[in-house]
Design a protein around this ligand. Structure first.
Ligand SMILES: [Zn+2]
Length: 218
């Protein structure tokens, strides 16, 4: 793979104790949830903390799918994200593999992604799972987000207006925008800014894309 972010994944380092704990976890049926107690559980907790910190750095403390700012958000906002879900047996060997990990907000991870795998182009092509071509959405490690989409926001007092711009021709940008209902975030923010009730759950409510474009002067 070509690594598009820094610090580079292949520079991620674990201590010998941490490596041994991960190896032991991977022999179980639930590697990510494995908690034998004692020193090994401590080592696993340390690995998870390192993973969190490393991927936050790589993505500038932003969600890898919607780019919302996670800085200082802590566990209430932030999930360690398994791109190929750890709930699916065939993907469990990659529970601690850095290219399969990222950082996501709870909205993207829990409301939209969950244990779905419909974003995988060909689940049976293992080689393709290790490169950009294997994924319909913007992959947190194989794709450079800004080559597909950008998120801009304007803040004034209690209001935040959010706008996503898909790079023309980017199918991954378009797929990611739809998959994570990023339009819902735009509409939601726009309504809030106008003092209306958040309408994300209503989908096509309230506001036309044209209005957002006008707001941003585009
Ligand atoms: Zn997100």
């Amino acid at each position: 793979m070509i690594d598009r972010y820094l610090p580079a994944l292949d520079e991620f380092a674990l201590t010998v104790d941490e490596q041994n704990a991960v190896a032991a976890a991977l022999t179980t049926l639930d590697p990510w949830g494995w908690s034998p107690g004692g020193a090994q559980s401590k080592a696993i907790a340390s690995v998870k903390a390192k993973i969190l910190s490393y991927h936050l750095q790589r993505h500038g403390h932003k969600c890898c799918y919607c780019r919302v700012n996670l800085y200082g958000g802590g566990a209430f906002m932030t999930d360690r994200e398994h791109v190929l879900p750890k709930s699916i047996a065939g993907y469990r060997p990659w529970s601690y593999t850095m290219w399969n990990l990222g950082i996501a907000c709870k909205r993207c991870n829990m409301e939209y992604k969950g244990s779905n795998t419909d974003f995988v182009v060909d689940p049976d092509d293992e080689a393709q799972l290790m490169e950009s071509e294997g994924y319909r959405f913007i992959h947190p490690n194989f794709d450079l987000y800004r080559e597909h989409m950008s998120r801009s926001s304007q803040e004034a007092n209690e209001s935040v207006i959010v706008k996503y711009t898909i790079v023309p021709g980017s199918l991954k940008g378009e797929y990611t925008y739809n998959y994570f209902n990023l339009r819902g975030l735009e509409v939601n923010s726009f309504d809030r800014a106008q003092g209306l009730q958040a309408s994300e759950s209503l989908g096509e409510a309230a506001v036309e894309t044209r209005s957002l474009a006008e707001f941003f002067g585009q």
